[in-house]
Design a protein around this ligand. Sequence first.
Ligand code: G4P
Length: 284
Amino acid sequence: MKKDKLHIHWYPGHIAKAERQLKEKLNLVDVIIEVRDARIPLSSSYSNIEKLLGDKPRLLLLNKADLVDKDELAKWCEYLKESTNCPVIVTDAKGNNELSAVVKTAVELSEPKIQVLMAKGLLRRPARAMVVGMPNVGKSSVINKLTKSSKTKIGAKAGVTRQQQWVRINPKLDLLDTPGIIPTRQDDQLQATKLAFVSSVSENAYSPEPVAKALLEMLSNSERATSIKEHYKTEELTLEAIANNRNWIIRGDNPDTERTAIYVLKDFREGRLGKIILDEFPLA
Ligand code: G4P
């Protein structure tokens, strides 16, 4: 791969396998909790996600809400509710808040299925849920939060490997304690690049320099450009300008753009460049 060229690599064989594994796990549950990264509410999912997840009831979580603007996120919630027909809940799985709305909504969504089972003469059982999402969106953090107060591991059920346990969240809900991973397959390089911005693709799949450059270009064209220039104390948002300002110079008096790229990506990922949503709001 040429170092300065922006290209995110995908491995179709791995992706097909991961999708197969995800589908096997999905067969075990009544309701799906899909976690997305609030900074990229569209790009952190497939455009035809229903094809992968099937028609099971689904609850969308826009996680890492602490890293984006509240009002802008509220608009995205409304949009996603309408366009997906799924309930949408904003979460900060790193913060101290409870996720009780997630539990309540998952129970409500699975109730029709439980009623069907009961109509067939079966005893009521807790609904079964699992958390799915692309890498690094916060799936494990959500699971940890949901299961924190529950000590009840209820062991394996038929078809679930021993590594996977169900945890009783409350009398009406069991949760699989490992997430389902939606592989970050994207044929669209812009979407792939945004996934790289938020660490949703493996660092082996790209070089930091072109990715950081693409991020700075995107930020230059955003409403935040001025405040980010102030943050870096530069007149333009380029790796060279930021490196020069910090006096990060390497052999031959050249700006150390590689070091700067890693630094800029870290700044964005840790929220130091502002509360920014990078997906374009779809036109009505
Ligand atoms: P995954 O299972 O989907 O791969 O994601 P995971 O829960 O491991 O979370 C990935 C990273 O995102 C973790 O940071 C985690 O702390 C952070 N994270 C999860 N939810 C939120 C959130 O709502 N807000 C913010 N700001 N961060 C969140 P890490 O750097 O890998 O680890 P650490 O900082 O927890 O040590």
